[in-house]
Design a protein around this ligand. Sequence first.
Ligand SMILES: Cc1ncc(COP(=O)(O)O)c(C=O)c1O
Length: 396
Amino acid sequence: MNHHPTLVKNYGPPAFVAARGEGVYLYDDSGKQYLDFGSGIAVTSVGHSHPKWVAALQAQAATLTHCSNLYAIPQQQQLANRLVAQAGAGRLLFCNSGAESNDALIKLARLHGKNICGEEGKRFTVVAAQNAFHGRTFGGMAATPQEKIQGGFRPMLEGFKFGELNKIETFDNLVDDSVAAVFIESIQGEGGLFPADASFLQELRALCTERNALLMLDEVQCGIGRSGHFFAFEESGVKPDAIGMAKGLGGGVPIGAIWVSEPYAELFQPGSHGTTFGGSPLASAAANATLDIIEEENLIENVATNSPQWHAELQKLAEKYPELIAGIRGAGYMVGLALKPEGHNLKITAAAQEKGLLTVPAACNVIRLLPPLIATTQQLSKSVAILDEVFSEQIS
Ligand SMILES: Cc1ncc(COP(=O)(O)O)c(C=O)c1O
């Protein structure tokens, strides 16, 4: 398809016209059904148009959609309470996207640096990971050291250094007394599906505590149940100082958030940060409905229970097509197939789409499978069957 004449061409040409969604399925304007294992890039966590989610949005839209943060928003307070129950003692700040949540975390790091050395502009470096993706704002880009993200937009925001994921010595070398925070994704998504090892996260925790740097985790893509835990870092037992989230939180309505642990929760003071839309009654109601559905339908257990079998089926596929699949990585309903030869991920994404399966390409020649948390074992197996057909046609 061509670009629309009045839309900026910052995205590639669209694959098809998205017309309607229902549960795990997306439909195009010709009525063709797709098993949606992209979930709008890890967003539609409870599937498309879940009746309970739709009813909550309709009721909230009819009552109060927006009022700004000049006034108390009970739905936002309820959501904050629920996220504190998941993350631990602390406070929430709401925004509208993953990149905005990460910008807020970078601002938190600067406040922390000023607080501990008593002077602004002295201790503000953030150490992130080389293969990271943290979003497209100037803060997010600066924390994302990829030419395809930063190219054309320099100069970048200053104060970022990069270690290598899962190599603690590279962070050990970088975290000195100019560093305010370490900032990593618990599972790298866009970068090619690389999970942070539990032992690496534990070592980072110890390093940050020893050097008085915040440990900030980006759970924008891997959080809210996708890994088989509410937060992907839970597997490691580590307690971060701050967490960024978005995507799956609203189930399709834009909302982002940061959780800040109790000792740092007072760093933001009235006037230090804000947003007109963040945590609106409508967005908060959508997030509360999403969390209700996740709880009532035991969706995190669903992910944890169904994943091993699905991963095993994908592993078998990798063994069947060693010339096309280099490996399987990930956790829960966030899986990457590393492909061969180079550049094949776009070809396989298109071929799977043709056969009715939506996936999302990532860096390092990976295709990502990000089913909604409602996906059943049958639907997971169906994705493997479609991929089997796709790969078998590649070699015939
Ligand atoms: C880990 C991570 N952080 C941040 C972002 C940026 O989120 P958004 O596109 O909502 O700004 C993304 C988006 O893919 C992401 O995967």
